[in-house]
Design a protein. Sequence first.
Length: 354
Amino acid sequence: MKGGETMSYRIVHYINQFFAGIGGEEKADYAPESREGVVGPGMALNASLGDEAEIVGTVICGDTYFATDMDKASVEVLELIKKFEPDAVVLGPAFNAGRYGSACGAMGDAVSKELGVPVVSGMYPENPGVEMYKKSLYIVETPDSARGMGKAIPAMAKLVLRLLKGEKLGSPSEEGYIERGIRKNMFFEKIAAERALDMFVSKINGQPFTTEYVMPVFDRVAPNPPIMDMKNTTIALVTSGGIVPKGNPDHIAASSAQNYGEYDITGVMDLTSEDYESCHGGYDSTYACDDPDRVLPVDVLREMEKEGLFKKLHNKYYSSVGNGTSVGNAKKFAAEFAQKLKNDGVDAVIVTST
């Protein structure tokens, strides 16, 4: 109810533990719960919806809780959403928070399939949730942090209202949502060859034009020259397989990592299950936890070091998880520890995955 009037549309809002005011990483394992009405950013969203819709309930789930077992969490959160009998569901905005974005995307996918109601979220384009779920729901493009809340919320409200009313949406650039990779047949007065020629002429004349199919851009990394003198080489280990000391002291997330760990292996000849484990949530880590050397081969490299096949195994290794981690974060992590490795005189790095 707003102003004593009955609302036409019922909205359920999904947020994480941080935006619910429960806590940060220390509360990221917060189990799903629902609350009547608005919580946190839901106040701004409710205001942006005006008199046409109202947030009747908010569902909250910790990022780590969701990422650890997405299937289980999806079922639990969906049941909480169903109880409010929503006409639409709004998720986030998640900005560039990877786990949060993945959770919003997964829930958007589940709601679309199970409830068949409009779903809208908001994310920064590099959020891994975008690539994973952009075909399942409309995702409004947002800045990379909560500083952009004032821009994201009105755009999300506008889009969900248009979907609820069944209005025909324009292109992603017109409506402000991220391209979904869904092709639609369209009719033009000019054939494709003429349109392509027009774009070409505009391009060579320095005039603006809009391509009809944006091509993906891939990084090309030139390989470094090979090591020519292995016997005098210091080698380091880096892994995206999530091998960490027991207890995961740096709280590296099971997916969509926001950080990495630096760990000292001075004097460590073998990674045992008593002292190390895998925090990775993207594969069955049973065998990795049983023998962490299967992912991070310290034992074999110690034997090769002893045999003199190379000079030394570096006394530190760096670890994070690869699944769902944004390209931006991966580049940031690598740039930081690559500089540390160079400063420490490391000549070569072995990168292991899963």
